[in-house]
Each structure stands twice: as C-alpha cells, then as structure tokens.
Design a protein around this ligand. Structure first.
Ligand code: GLN
Length: 536
C-alpha cells in the first residue's frame, strides 16, 4: 500500500553557511533511526543547469551521484549521513526548472497560454519535489532550499512552499534555520535577526513550523519563549543548534533537542517510541577516542578552500575512524610544490593523497609529490587527475619517456600516456558531457586493491574526459606497474598500482563519493591503515 508522504522544507534565514545541509541530513538520520524511509533533496536558486561547470571557488566541490548527475556538495552530506544513494532528481536548480519550462513552451505544450512564474515555474518546482515520492515509497521527502529567504532568486521556491502548505496542510511542514548571534559587548544573545527573517517568510505567506537556531551559546528557556512568541510557534518548536565539534555530532545534538519529535508532531505523525542510532553512536565514539594520529598530506590546487575537497576530507575521517585513528589532513598547495621544497614539505607525512582536478595549474607539483611518495615508500592514493599524475611520473622517471604528459596539458607531447577518450573527441558542449557516474571495474585478484575491496567486480563513480593510453600498457606492466582494475566494456584502465611499494594506488574514479558513515570506503580505510603501519 502506498504510504502517505510528508514533505519537510528546510529554509535558511539571516546568513548563509549556517549548515542547512547538515541539519537536513541530521533530521533524515533521526527519522531513519525511528524506522521511517527518507530522501533528501536540494533546490538551488542559481541559474546554472547544474554545478558541473562551476569553479570550486564558487560553491565548493561538485558531487557526483550513481546516475552521473553533477550536483551540489550537500548531496554528499545526505548520502554520508543517510547511506541512501541520491540521483539527479535530488538536486534541481532554477536553470533546470526554466530549461524544462522553456522546452515545453517551444513544443507548444502550454497551448497558447502566457507562461509565467506563477503557476508555470512554481508548478514545475512542485513537480520536481513530488516526483521523489512517486518513484519510491518514502515516508518523508526533505527538501532543502539553497540560499537565504529574502534573496530575489528564492522567491519562486518560497512561493511553491506556500502553495504546498496550503494544499497539503499537516502533510507539509517548514523548518527554518536562523542565526542567534552573541554580542560580546552586550554579553547577550540576540533574537531580532531571527524575528526579521521569520517576518520575511511571513511576507511571502509562509509561517515556519519549527525554528532551528544556530548559536555559539546555549539558549535559555526565556530566549526560546521569546522567539516562539514573536515568531508564532510553539516553544517546543524552537530548537537550539549549538556549534558542534564535528558535523557527526549534529544528529545526536538534534536528538537531544527533539527535532525529529517536533517534526513528527507538527506533521501529525504517530511517534514511534524507539530510536536506534547505535551504529552512529559507535562511529562518533571511535571518532572521539582515537588510539593515535596520522598525518595525511592532501596535495591539490584548491586546498585553501575548505569545501573544495569535501568528500575526500570526509572519506578520510571515515577511513580514520574505521581504524580508530585521528587523521590530520595537511593541506599542500601543489602550485608551490617543487623539487627544492618537496622534502621539507612532505617529510612529516604518513600518507600522501594527490587530488583530482582540471587544467594545468599545480600539476607539476602534484607529479613531484607522486615521485616523493614512490621513492620514499610513503602510502599513496591518487584520485582521478592524481592517478593520471602517477602515470605521468612513472613514465618520465621509470620508463625514461622524457616529456610524457597528459594531452589535457600538453597536446603536442611525444608520449601522451594520458589521452582524451575516443568518445570525448567530438564533444563541444561542456555541461554534463564527461564520463560521469557509475561504471564497472574488474579487479586483478593478485593486487593489493583486491585485498582492500575483497571482491572482484566493483562499480565506482567517475568524472573525467581523459584516460590511461592503452598503447603504453606493456611498458608499464613490464616495469613494475600493475594495471589492477579494468573496465572491460571499453577496455579502460581504471586502477594502477605499484608492485614494489607498501601501498601505492591510483584510481581513475572517485571512491570518496561512495564513502558513508555506515560503509566507509575500503580504499580509504586501507590507505589510512597503510599510513598507520608506516608510522608504527
Ligand atoms: N582533468 C582530468 C580528466 O578530465 C581529471 C578529472 C578529475 O580529476 N576529476 O580526465
């Protein structure tokens, strides 16, 4: 029997970067813990069709789903917390909504009517939200709305929330996240910004049901009551979200604050009395009680930007926690890394991870880091461009192929060990046109990679245009590089691994996208284990 789905919108006010994604993911975790099935979606008010063409400096990393959608990094949090795969339907932008409506208009499907923001754009937004519950039997669809209320771009989304609340009554609720700042000069927490942001919502016809207040200090009952009174909600519906040590604390803090119970109450859902978060608690215990520490160097060109390598950072946390070790991530700007300073910069590391990327900036530094890891037998994980750098380094320094390169950087190289994939040669449109999403890979059972996965056939997520050039296969394998993973369908090298090295693995895919709290990725667990072994 089809269950009645409840729609929860998560909006933000006062300031950006308050952590709507983490609150949404935490709510999903709590509802799952009570036995409900949940999916989380992000609506992004910007006009790009997706973040695939965006520079990481704009919105951080681009997260890739199983079906090859290039999405907002919040979907990474959703998957890591809920352990449920997301898809293109879980991330919709204004651009995608307009593209759909305009295409429909060009086909004459609006039968001569004037196409308008209300109802045509809002109807399409509504369709994008409801479609999630139609494909699967979810109890809850949590929809996070990007940006801050009052932004010009958010208007159609907030209007859609208004309409859905009107249509669905209790089956639709709004959680509004705001900031309660502490003014040190006055020694007080201030509720006025929250009041104003709820007023902005009310001007657009939406009364939030629950207000989550991000704060640096505990909210006392008086403050909670004041917010409740001015913002028209129950005092129990004012939830404190205090700054947490790690994002993984937030579901437990939200459980204490009874965010899930409030959501169940306002939606008129029967409250199951048991909540099981035992696996999550075990994870947080290991995270907070490490037996030791390892230093992992993350070599990339966006390292000064916290969100650029989000999934890699989190996968390292998962891998560390699985070994009950703390991972200190040491950021190394590859642009500044060279033969003269490589020893100084990398000598204190227990493991080296060379990051994915596009374009030439910092690539020679990455190659220098690979060489250092190979020669000094430091555990190495190369991801996508990082794997390509490992192939280039091996060609130049072991195979003696001077000037070997990827044709992405040097189209004239005599030794194109990494080259554009055949089916990419005719691509002119940059959006959504890479080799994206899940592809099969068969692992060589005699490899170290096999020991980590403990299975032969895997599927991993991809995002790239260039590939290992098969013309060089023999040279590599005759000189100590194992081609440990192959995509048989297209005969593509997906994993390379050094024979004479404790742990040196390069992967063309992105294992970080699939690592979750419940299922840490075996390559990250193995990489950290190798780093621990090197250290002790
Ligand atoms: N720029 C490389 C390619 O397109 C690597 C991409 C990546 O690291 N994600 O193949």
């Amino acid at each position: 029997m089809k269950r009645k789905v409840k729609y929860i919108f998560v909006t933000g006010g006062v300031s950006s970067s308050l952590g709507k994604g983490i609150i949404s993911a935490s709510l999903a975790k709590l509802l799952q813990g009570r036995g409900f099935s949940v999916t989380i979606q992000k609506l992004d008010p910007y006009i790009n069709i997706d973040p695939g063409t965006l520079n990481p400096y704009e919105h951080g990393e681009c997260y890739v789903t199983d079906d090859g959608a290039e999405t907002d990094l919040d979907l990474g949090h959703y998957e890591r917390f809920s352990n449920t795969p997301t898809s293109q339907a879980n991330n919709v932008t204004t651009g995608r909504i307009y593209q759909y409506v305009i295409n429909k208009e060009r086909k004459g499907e609006y039968l001569g009517t004037t196409v308008q923001v209300v109802p045509h754009i809002t109807d399409e937004i509504k369709r994008s939200v409801k479609i999630l519950s139609q494909t699967n039997n979810f109890d809850f669809v949590i929809t996070e709305i990007g940006g801050t209320v009052g932004d010009i771009e958010s208007f159609p989304f907030i209007e859609t929330v208004r309409q859905m609340k009107w249509e669905l009554g209790k089956d639709c609720a709004v959680v509004h996240l705001t900031l309660v700042p502490f003014l040190s000069a006055a020694g007080e927490l201030k509720t006025k910004p929250t009041q104003h942001s709820v007023k902005t919502m009310l001007e657009q016809g939406v009364q939030p049901d629950i207000i989550v207040c991000r704060t640096e200090h505990h909210l006392n009952e008086g403050i909670k009551r004041k917010i409740a009174q001015f913002c028209n909600v129950n005092p129990t519906s004012v939830i404190e979200s205090i700054d947490a040590e790690t994002i993984y604390d937030v579901p437990l803090l939200m459980r204490e604050e009874k965010l899930d119970i409030e959501v169940l109450k306002v939606t008129g859902t029967k409250i199951p009395n048991k909540i099981d978060l035992s696996k999550w608690e075990k994870f947080v215990y290991s995270l907070k009680n490490p037996k030791g520490e390892v230093n992992i160097g993350l070599v990339g060109k966006y390292v000064e930007l916290k969100d650029a390598y989000k999934s890699i950072n989190e996968a390292l946390v998962h891998g560390g926690t699985e070994n009950q070790y703390k991972v200190n991530v040491i950021s190394i700007q590859s642009e500044h890394l060279n033969i003269d300073n490589v020893d100084e910069q990398l000598k204190a590391l227990d493991g080296i991870l060379v990051a994915p990327g596009f374009g030439g900036r910092g690539i020679e530094g990455k190659i220098e880091a690979v060489k250092y890891a190979r020669e000094n037998k430091i555990p190495f994980l190369g991801i996508c461009l990082g794997m390509q750098c490992a192939a280039i380094e091996f060609s130049r320094n072991i195979l003696g192929l001077k000037g070997a390169n990827t044709t992405e950087i040097d189209s004239e190289t005599k030794f194109p060990v990494i080259d554009l994939m055949e089916d990419q040669k005719s691509v002119t449109n940059l959006g959504g046109s890479m080799r994206l999403g899940l592809y099969d890979c068969s692992i060589d059972v005699n490899s170290k990679t096999y020991k980590e996965y403990n299975k032969k056939d895997i599927k991993e997520r991809h995002r790239h245009r260039y590939e290992f050039n098969n013309e060089f296969r023999d040279k590599f394998t005759n000189n100590g590089m194992i081609l440990a993973g192959i995509n048989k369908e297209k005969n593509l090298v997906e994993i390379i691994e050094l024979e004479d090295h404790p742990w040196f693995i390069g992967v063309q895919f992105h294992p970080e996208y699939k690592s979750t709290v419940k299922a840490p990725h075996p390559l990250f667990t193995g990489f950290i284990k190798a780093a621990i072994d090197k250290k002790v």
